[in-house]
Ligand binder design. Sequence first.
Ligand code: NAP
Length: 862
Amino acid sequence: MNEQRGPDHDVVAVGAGFAGMYLIHRLRQLGRNVVVFEAGDDVGGTWYWNRYPGARCDIQSVDYSYSWDPELEEEWTWSERYATQPEILRYAQHVADKHDLRRDIRFGTSVEQATWDEDASLWRIRTDGGDEVTCRYYVMATGCLSMPKTLDIAGAESFDGPTYFTSRWPHEGVDFTGMKIGVIGTGSSGIQSIPIMAQQAEEMVVFQRTPNFSMPAHNGPVRPEKIETIAGRRAEYREEARWSRGGVPLPPPELSVFQATPEEREETFEAGWAQGELFSLFNAYNDLLINPAANEVVSEFIRNKIRSIVEDPVTAEALCPTNHPAATKRPCLDSGYFETFNLPHVSLVDLRADPISSITSAGIDTASRSFEFDAIVFATGFDAMTGALVAVDIAGRDGVTLKEKWEDGPKTYLGLTVEGFPNFFAITGPGSPSVLSNMMVSIEQHVELICDSIVDLEADGFEVMEPTRTAEDGWITHVNDCADITLYPRANSWYMGANVPGKPRVFLPYVGGVGPYRAACDEVRQRGYLGFERRGPNGSACNDGVIRRVQPDVAMVLEMMAEMGLPPMESLNPDEARAFVAASAEARPPGPEVGEIVDGTYPGADGSSLEYRLYRPDSPGPHPVVLYFHGGGWVLGSAESDDPLCRDLCVQSDALIVSCNYRHAPEARFPAAVDDGFAALQWVTENAEALGGRPGPVVLAGWSAGGNVAAVTCQTARDAGGPAIAGQVLITPVTDCDFTRPSYSENAQGYVLTRGLMDWFWDHYADAADRTDPRASPIRGDLADLPPALVVTCEFDPLRDEGSAYVDALRAAGVDAREAAFRGHVHTSAGGVGMFISSAPIRQEIASALRSFVSAQEVVAD
Ligand code: NAP
């Protein structure tokens, strides 16, 4: 080792599975020097270790194979849709031979320690053989499911007979002929191996803690339709995979399960079941993994399949998963798993009813029985995603270890790099699509990204790259935002770290999809390594920032809208804009059922008849009354235009919502809208009882321009000496005509409500001279003695800062006012009922404010 000459190697990597193998090839192409340390005696990684009987891939092999060598694609033919472990291992060996990869791999060698040397800008690597090497870049290519979970069963060491772990199966195989065996674990490994082991064993008892959703693989030769899809267009097919959600090209589902009739669903699910693919059932409808009720439909379909296969009804019921939504634990593809329980020598012990008390010298004791076995098989899983990474003593800058840094859960930028760990990469690390994708696609992307990053780094004159804390925190927030709109966090799965006692409970992989993830990584690069600090002998550059800030479901809709290339609303005339808004309203989810809807009219300020729509809760009245004003820039909208939001607020707050229309500009300009607002308040207050509401002060609420009407109405009512108002809920309101606050320039475009559209609204509504009137810009009025207020603001809204400023001004005037600021949301988020799952907390906050204003009023009245 001579540090004057630089490190021994450009790159050291750990693990000679598919990731490490491709890394060698790619780095060699770039003329870099790489060495890979591998604990096993040959290549293959997970396929080298997991040799249990029945081990197979659960993504079709034509997809779960390298795409970077077109020649290999032509010369290798898979014998089955889902290749067995020996065939996949042969494939890995074939690639190693073909590209002479083994000469850069040190087999039978584990890395024990890796330490970043800040002064020399290199990593010092120590192996279990005591060797030390240095490298500029250090890559963990250790896989997501490679560290077996430590056995957490009492007496695990006391069994006298042989024990086997599916994850460390003897190379020579095991013959269970004539044996009584016990198997613990019914994840993918158990489900794949149980049918095969049952063929040999004289007696088999399966100990099941959690039943799993599994469907038949229908394995066999690659199906003609698959061959047809790929034939003559393999490169395009592979490219489609790279931009797909799960790393296998599939059309995204367009329908909710509830848009199909029960017969249509049944037909679709039957076709999915017959297809024998992991995605075939769960990709059938777009809400199966986000809506619990939708998931229950597919869950029950699978349970019914289990009931139809397993003859003994008690066993069948015990095999039916009920404690987690389908697919929130990794679902399995099996070959005769449920049928195995019809064999006379196979039985199931349901550990939920009869838990294991300990493993004994003779077998397994449960709470109620003692079992004797000749052998025990543990299919008990892995310390997934982080286990193998923290098993090496990796110390970054300032000596902090990865294990210490990840004490409360892993933190990464893009699931690949870690703040405090310069020039360190974790292929398919936590926070990347990894285990929720076709691993081959994700491995290839990471290998290519590492190589591109290294080339760019050096070309730009640097030698060290490290993500910033801001970028990393932002990414983890985004990873959690993505998970939170799904049902995944509801399961005690290894995705959540929940299978390992004491492991922090956080969602580990990135569920946003392979394509969107790739787009984020590409954007990081295109934007000059956003979120990285890059350093070298001649200086450093820090391009701090967060790559994804908008809530993922909102971002998806924004992207769709951008793709539609709609003309800006402000280029339309008011009638065209109204027609467009009405047409869009037709397409949105309707919102929840309420007890009753009543349409009627009330007298506006000029005596004209204006519409109202009343939403009555499905609970005994009389209910407190909320007077609501719709949004639409004083130009658009109607009493029913915020229908889904009003329904949702009615259900959640258990209040009578009276949505009152007001006259619109340009036909009726300022101050018609706010004059009608006050007229509505007077009429609703006077008629509260007749409407079925509780008499007394009402609560005012409004969204956007409706928030402006509500705020102004509060001021008018105070000045007029009544009617009394219990509270005001202003949802992303217009409070001022001033466009100079930062949110107007930061969010001028791209987040639905644009600066241009606000110009258009104001121009239609009010003359320049009128805009500073407090009845147009309520922030400019006297704010003393106003009702308590909740003001909702959204991060990506031009109106954000005037909403916050209104709260400040109210408080300065002594009003009990509070801001609820929503991260990652846009002006229209609150109304996205059934569309933006991430916006549910906004509506919960509003509903709880409505309830609290009413109950505070009740206390005062008492
Ligand atoms: P797993 O899914 O974590 O399953 C482990 C099983 O052991 C679960 O049924 C678990 O029950 C049970 N278990 C663990 N500790 C236990 C205890 N103390 N007492 C009783 N039961 C206990 O692990 P896996 O089956 O090895 O699969 C892990 C992942 O590897 C899969 O999800 C998949 O991603 C991958 N894999 C893929 C394939 C393939 O088809 N290509 C094959 C094998 C594995 P609980 O659920 O109650 O914790």
